[in-house]
Design a protein around this ligand. Structure first.
Ligand code: MN
Length: 498
């Protein structure tokens, strides 16, 4: 099982000593109170840690370097309570390497009309202190998030919470290790990519292992371990024999249970958090891992089919970014399969051969055992279900030869009109924003893949912020997308990210 680190975020307040000790005491008291309120809100997924007020070059530099080295610190939140001459921030910012949030807030919500005087003005001047600080961050071209509003406003705290998840994604990206037990599918272009560049940009380690090494780990799983897991499956899922002999059916399911255990042990032993397979390159495996991969994805592993390591890493990344969410709706690899083009009911049926994560399921999940119609193995057992309704985000990371691009599409997931009793795979169905026609046209113009990493629990903003932090282009296909403007976005990206 995958574990998540207990990250925290530092809260650093900027000021100066121009207004004396008394003013600085108030600054410290105010920032402590803000940190206390943020932590008490119950909205933030991670703790905020108060740091002493930053007023000198030396202290700013020291604090940022401590943040770099502190393994628990996933980012720094900065706020200028008074004026803080921004040249003091240059060295610290130059050396800082983690996610940065500029919280543009102030302690008082309302102007104290009856009592306001110049002392108050000098003490509470975020409106211009934060502009001075913002200027230097922009001048230094440092990627950061700016959140504006009163610190006690749940909307503002919600934005901080959302950024925290992105920040953890940025930090954790460099801990993602993808195991390739198969190469990219022959002749397929969009799932290919430059693995060295991916490590430079995203920190991902993408390594190959012979499929028969993992097969040995599968074969080593004892019959009693397999039987215990099969019992768990039979308790948890509906069994849809569909005319098959119950004993024969169970044997097929057992193969997947053995793969689940064997794969997980091998991944844990070698420290990998994502895996790719290929239906045409299965070595000694008896079935294409279906149910087994679905269960591993549910546990938080990333997965990409047909050797698609970019999707495997993205699914893992999105699992990390959503790990702390209470009652998540789910995150999975998906694939654009077939359209419904009936007017007013347009959408794309999402599925894969087998490997859809059950976290996105709505209602009962059943096990079926059916021929694969591709490859040359036994009929694989798989989990079958339909998915939840509601908004989600689908992303595709592509390699353009000289750089990466992340394509981000807001989609609306719906129920299909009728059951599909003959379709033996898990499905989702969505209409891309802004509509089926513009959405698909923009996706194709951008070069988006058929495989996607999808989540109900993340926003386009979070995924785009992650891409920007990685120094790659992000393009958005959403309710505001117009093809003419979208083509201009792509042209601008060609110039900017050259
Ligand atoms: Mn595929």
């Amino acid at each position: 099982m995958l574990k998540q680190k207990k990250y925290e975020f530092w809260f650093c307040t900027g000021s100066q000593d121009l207004y004396g000790e008394e003013c600085l005491n108030k600054v410290a008291a105010h920032s402590r109170k803000i940190v206390e309120e943020l932590n008490k809100s119950g909205i933030l997924p991670y703790e905020v840690v108060w740091k002493p007020t930053l007023i000198t070059n030396e202290l700013i530099r020291k604090t940022f370097n401590e943040a770099n080295l502190d393994e628990k610190c996933a980012g720094v939140i900065t706020w200028m309570h008074t004026f803080s001459p921004a040249k003091s921030w240059i060295l610290g910012l130059q050396e800082y390497r983690k996610p940065l949030l500029h919280l543009h807030t102030q302690f008082n919500e309302e102007i104290p009309y009856d009592s306001i005087d110049m002392d108050f003005m000098n003490e509470n001047q975020s409106a211009h202190g934060d502009r001075e600080y913002g200027h230097i961050v922009s001048r230094m071209r440092i990627e950061r998030k700016v959140v504006v509003g009163h610190f006690a406003d749940p909307i503002v705290i919600g934005k901080i919470a959302s950024w925290m998840r992105t920040a953890v994604g940025i930090i954790e990206s460099s801990h993602i290790r993808v195991m390739r037990i198969a190469d990219n599918m022959r002749n397929v272009a969009v799932t290919e990519g430059d693995k060295v560049e991916a490590q430079i940009k995203f920190g991902w380690e993408i390594d190959a292992y012979p499929v028969n090494e993992i097969t040995e780990s599968v074969d080593a799983v004892s019959a009693s371990d397999v039987n215990a897991l099969v019992d768990e499956y039979y308790d948890k899922y509906e069994i849809l024999l569909e005319g098959r002999d119950p004993e024969e059916f169970k044997k097929h399911v057992s193969v997947q249970a053995q793969i689940e255990i064997g794969f997980e042990r091998f991944l844990e032993e070698k420290n990998y958090q994502a895996i790719v397979t290929h239906f045409g390159d299965l070595g000694g495996l008896k079935q294409l891992p279906g149910l087994a991969i679905q269960r591993l994805m549910e546990k938080g592993y990333g997965f990409g089919a047909e050797g698609d390591w970019k999707v495997a890493a993205m699914v893992r990344l999105m699992k990390i970014m959503t790990a702390d969410i209470k009652n998540p709706k789910g995150t999975s690899m998906l694939e654009d399969y077939t359209y419904n083009l009936v007017k007013g009911k347009e959408g794309i049926l999402q599925a894969h051969m087998l490997e859809i994560c059950p976290t996105i399921a709505d209602g009962p999940i059943s096990i079926k055992c059916q021929p694969l119609s591709m490859g040359d193995r036994e009929d694989p057992a798989r989990l079958v279900f339909t998915s939840k309704e509601g908004p989600g985000v689908a992303v595709s990371l592509i390699d353009l030869g000289n750089r990466f691009r992340l394509i981000i599409n807001d989609v609306d997931c719906k129920k299909v009109e009728k059951p599909m009793p003959k379709l033996p795979v898990a499905t989702n169905f969505w209409t891309p924003q802004p509509d089926m026609y513009t959405g698909a046209e923009a996706w194709i113009l951008a070069g988006g893949a058929h495989h996607t990493a999808f989540s109900y629990d993340l926003s386009a903003e979070q995924m785009g912020d992650w891409a920007n932090a990685m120094g790659i282009e992000a393009v958005y296909i959403d309710k505001d997308t117009k093809i003419r403007d979208f083509k201009k976005d792509l042209m601008l990206g060609e110039i900017f990210y050259k």
